[in-house]
Ligand binder design. Structure first.
Ligand code: UDP
Length: 261
């Protein structure tokens, strides 16, 4: 998928053939790839390619809280560090974390906290580092989705996974999964996330201009879109265990062959 590298906003976000600029239909997701267990020094990790977004998540915990004064005696704490690499966007981003990254870290933390049993881990912390290597719209949603996968990969007890996607409005039409250019040149952006154990939205942000009817249309579309991404998360987790089983089978075969000689 071509990167739109200049911050020039096109006048139209639909082509003559009715497709979006990247060739998608209104309700079509960008291509998504997910993998877990990608960082060997983390307790759990995941990698996500979502359109042109490339994002790693690494999880550590439960472990001691640093600085200590943040620790809570009756429960664990979840700390999210969402960071966008300085080379991840066309215009150089300052390397130091800015207000946007702090806000997104807080938003992602609010999305994920309901699925964790933090009350079972007093005095400890779970830390999730979300590193955006390439950014092209919807990184808070992709970051939430990959962070949930990394938590699951770490074997941390969870009530369920969390899945996130942005819906929005471009050229007066409701679309799903806004790309970077659609986010900037479109009329509205509505990131949402769901916690599957109770089917509740744990994130609903809104930026732009939309009627109540249009917002309801987005909310009607969201469950089906989120479900598609959820299936991919489940498959990424299954893949890891299928690989482990294959390796175990192989080593058992080798051991049996060795014993027979
Ligand atoms: N972006 C950028 N420079 C920045 C921040 C964001 O170019 O300093 C781009 C990036 O592609 C991002 C998009 O703008 O994905 C939309 O950013 P927003 O703050 O709406 O968050 P997101 O949609 O990524 O969750």
């Amino acid at each position: 998928m071509p990167l739109i590298i200049k911050d020039e906003y096109p006048k139209k976000l639909f082509r003559e053939d009715g497709k979006r600029l990247d060739g998608r239909d209104k309700h079509e997701l960008r291509p998504i790839k997910m993998e877990v267990g990608v960082i060997k020094n983390a307790d759990g990790s995941a990698y996500l390619e979502w359109g042109n977004n490339k994002i790693f998540a690494a999880v550590y915990g439960p472990r001691d809280v640093h600085p200590h004064h943040l620790a809570k005696s009756d429960r664990g704490i979840l700390r999210i560090f969402y960071r966008m690499a300085t080379y991840s966007v066309f215009e150089r981003k300052r390397p130091a974390p800015g207000r946007r990254e702090k806000e997104i870290s807080m938003v992602i933390s609010d999305c994920l906290e309901p699925v964790l049993f933090l009350e079972l881990y007093p005095g400890t912390s779970f830390e999730v580092f979300i590193e955006v290597i390439d950014a092209d719209g919807g990184t808070r949603c992709a970051g939430t989705t990959v962070a949930a996968l990394a938590l699951a990969d770490a074997g941390i007890p969870m009530r369920s996974l969390v899945t996130s996607v942005a819906l929005g409005k471009i050229d007066g039409e409701i679309v799903v999964d806004l790309s970077g250019i659609e986010d900037k040149a479109g009329q509205a952006d509505l990131p949402c996330a769901i916690t599957w154990f109770n089917d509740q939205l744990s994130l609903l942000q809104f930026d732009g201009d939309m009627t109540l009817e249009e917002m309801n249309k987005c909310l009607d579309l969201a469950p089906d879109i989120l479900k598609r991404i959820y299936e991919m998360q489940l498959n990424a987790l299954k893949e890891k265990y299928l690989k482990i089983r294959e390796e175990v089978n192989k080593s058992e075969e080798i051991a049996t062959e060795g014993g027979e000689q």
